[in-house]
Design a protein around this ligand. Structure first.
Ligand code: HEC
Ligand code: HEC
Ligand code: HEC
Ligand code: HEC
Length: 254
């Protein structure tokens, strides 16, 4: 009798976790902005409500990475990302880039946040792989691109930034001549944001270089909730108000 009920109870528990996996992720948040990764929505050490793997493994692995850049462990999106409403800002063309080939951090974020790949679709852990523990895909407000890679409605990203007032070429796009006059901070890095350099042959590295600077999702967000995070949503600035820490004026001098 007892042995017959045990599998049933286990099944019910597993089923409940699959059913409310995302709901339970949203309720376990106990870490404040800037207090580190543990306990945030990016803490997947209890993916789906159950112990699965380590704090870093959903995203990085020391061996058998999907791509050397950032030792990435989460299955990358096969999408090509672009904005379906054609846009140029002051002559700067919006980029398009492929999830599995672009080295910038944005492609890593979109490996979960385009809703095309399961959150638990992770390559390697505990000497084996693949590990697939939570088959839910991101949806709703947290799905930033469409599942086919349309970025419409989003602030440009993986784009050049005119660092120190000089046009940049980054991810195949060059700052347009009239973009410079509209006013950007000379050095958002010094204000706590994170800029990147494109060496022109596909390598994206942290830090600004004159003429080769751009920004990624992680310019505004720190996915690790590190000490530079000032507000919710892992923001490297504050979400409200009009102070110098307001996220938008850390780049735009308005
Ligand atoms: C939710 C996914 C995610 C998790 C979990 C995660 N990272 Fe990252 N990590 C990223 C992304 C995306 C980047 C690139 C963003 C950037 O460079 O700012 C990155 C960048 C890094 C870098 C290089 C840039 C830097 O900030 O130094 C290191 C090192 C790193 N992560 C280590 C870790 C370690 C160690 C853990 C676990 C304690 C961890 N990460 C957990 C997504 C993650
Ligand atoms: C392994 C999958 C994965 C990766 C990679 C990932 N995220 Fe997330 N992210 C999630 C999940 C899951 C949530 C929580 C969704 C929910 O609560 O419904 C989340 C939540 C967030 C939130 C909201 C946090 C909050 O406290 O409300 C932000 C902002 C965010 N992610 C940005 C990023 C950025 C930027 C990157 C890349 C630098 C990134 N994510 C990489 C899976 C991921
Ligand atoms: C220019 C700064 C900036 C960039 C770049 C940026 N974000 Fe955000 N993000 C924000 C701000 C500000 C919010 C808070 C929006 C609000 O709710 O008012 C936010 C909110 C979010 C949220 C929470 C849900 C929501 O829509 O409010 C997620 C998830 C997220 N960003 C992911 C990403 C990903 C993935 C990328 C790259 C594709 C990205 N962000 C690029 C500034 C940025
Ligand atoms: C990391 C730096 C950075 C941050 C932070 C930032 N922006 Fe931007 N923003 C840019 C750059 C760079 C461009 C495009 C530059 C170009 O045209 O060459 C841009 C473009 C824009 C555009 C023009 C879009 C279009 O297609 O016409 C608007 C509007 C805008 N940003 C608003 C905001 C708002 C609102 C915030 C705060 C939520 C914000 N930005 C935060 C760097 C940033």
């Amino acid at each position: 009798m007892g042995t017959a009920t045990i599998p049933h109870i286990v099944c019910a528990v597993v089923f409940a976790h699959i059913g409310v996996g995302l709901a339970s992720l949203s309720t376990v948040v106990w870490s404040d902005p800037g207090d580190g990764l543990a306990g945030t929505k990016h803490d997947f050490s209890t993916l789906g409500g159950m112990p699965q793997f380590g704090l870093c493994t959903a995203c990085h692995t020391p061996h058998n990475a999907q791509i050397q850049s950032l030792l990435w462990n989460h299955t990358l999106s096969a999408n090509t990302f672009s904005w379906s409403d054609p846009q140029t800002v002051g002559g700067t063309d919006y980029p398009n880039f492929t999830g599995a080939a672009y080295n910038g951090a944005t492609a890593k974020c979109l490996s979960c946040h385009d809703g095309s790949v399961a959150i638990g679709d992770v390559g390697w852990w505990n000497g084996g792989g693949p590990v697939s523990v939570l088959n839910t895909k991101l949806s709703g407000a947290f799905q930033i691109a469409s599942a086919t890679g349309d970025m419409n409605g989003n602030h440009p990203v993986a784009m050049p930034f005119p660092w120190n007032g000089v046009a940049s070429t980054y991810n195949g796009s060059t700052t347009g001549a009239s973009a410079l006059v509209s006013g950007w901070q000379a050095d958002p890095d010094a204000l706590g944001l994170r800029l990147f350099t494109d060496d022109g042959v596909g390598n994206i590295t942290s830090g600004a270089t004159l003429g080769q600077t751009g920004f990624e999702c992680s310019s505004c967000h720190d996915p690790h909730n590190g000490s530079g995070v000032q507000d919710r949503f892992f923001l490297r600035g504050v979400l409200g108000g009009s102070s110098a820490d307001y996220i938008c004026v850390k780049c735009h001098a308005k």
